[in-house]
Design a protein around this ligand. Structure first.
Ligand SMILES: N[C@@H](CCC(=O)N[C@@H](CS)C(=O)NCC(=O)O)C(=O)O
Length: 289
């Protein structure tokens, strides 16, 4: 059964990214509906699901609106135990829950000063004492967990704790904040993570650019791995007979490395051309010789 998740804008909604990663990164199918931040009040757009009033909100098949990322983690973990959201090892699980909880209730200065914005990256960003204290604490807890459980993710394999820190990593990278080599490697792992890249790719092609998230700092290129170069094509014959994602008739084309691939709508073509190899079906087709 497919789950339903209400999300905010891909580029700006850090809590939505966390909620969505609880599904996407763990292979739990999810159908998303966007509550558009450009269209006014979030709660007003969610009156059908009241008393929920924030995104992400997981709509359970039995009619509960689970409207908090930590609760979503627990509900997905309970309803889809085979997804292994939390580590199986009791010590790693205890640490993962501790880290997720500290993120969920903490780091207000960093969150306030550096709102997530996946559409740009900055340099020479001033760092207040409060933000530096948050960064210092983040380095301590990340370093402790990575050392104890051996990485590459906080508690070994990717867990819900990492989903909670994905937007933190995006802020550190996007605002060019200085951290030590261990934390920097963990941030880089998030930027290279295909799930994170898929979310960001959707953020670059859907939703308005909102002035309220813009900061007046010098902008730089996004610091993640360089994507495979691709562009929209007006003509050509796709290698794949049906859309790479739906199997439906091809209406939109993408060209990469002199090869043409087809999709059944503009959004799926466009999200793919931003970062083609983040998309499993594209990567499979690309690697087919
Ligand atoms: N504690 C909530 C926070 C959710 C939250 O604040 N979401 C923001 C978007 S990132 C929101 O819906 N804001 C709309 C509003 O507060 O009106 C969680 O963990 O999910």
């Amino acid at each position: 059964m497919t789950s339903d998740l209400l999300i905010g804008d891909y580029a700006y909604s850090s809590w939505s990214l966390r909620g969505w990663l609880m599904f996407d990164h763990f292979g739990v199918p999810v159908r998303t509906t966007m509550v558009d931040f450009a269209s006014g009040d979030v709660a007003e757009q969610m009156t059908a699901h009241a008393p929920a009033r924030t995104v992400p909100t997981f709509l359970t098949p039995d009619g509960v609106a689970v409207s908090d990322s930590l609760a979503i983690a627990e509900e997905v973990a309970s309803r889809f135990p085979e997804a292994d959201l939390w580590p199986a090892d009791p010590a790693a699980r205890a640490m993962a829950r501790t880290l997720a909880a500290e993120m969920h209730s903490g780091f207000a200065a960093l969150r306030q000063a550096c709102p997530m914005n996946l559409r740009t990256a900055y340099r020479d960003v001033p760092v207040s004492a409060e933000v530096q204290a948050n960064l210092d604490r983040i380095e301590v807890i990340w370093g402790h967990a990575l050392d104890r459980f051996g990485g590459p993710w906080l508690c070994g394999a990717y867990s819900a704790a990492d989903a909670f820190y994905a937007p933190v990593a995006a802020r550190i990278a996007g605002y060019g904040l200085t951290v030590g080599p261990v934390a920097a490697a963990y941030v880089a792992a998030h930027l290279a993570d295909p799930s994170f890249r898929r979310w960001r790719a959707m953020g670059l092609v859907q939703g308005a650019t909102l002035a309220r998230y813009a900061k007046d700092y010098a902008q730089v290129a996004w610091p993640g791995p360089a994507p495979l170069a691709a562009k929209a094509a007006e003509s050509g014959v796709a290698e794949n007979a049906g859309c790479l994602y739906s199997g439906k008739p091809v209406t939109h084309l993408l060209e990469a490395g002199g090869r043409v691939f087809g999709f059944c709508n503009a959004f799926c073509r466009d999200k793919t051309l931003v970062d083609p190899l983040a998309w499993t079906a594209f990567a499979k087709a690309w690697n087919r010789t």
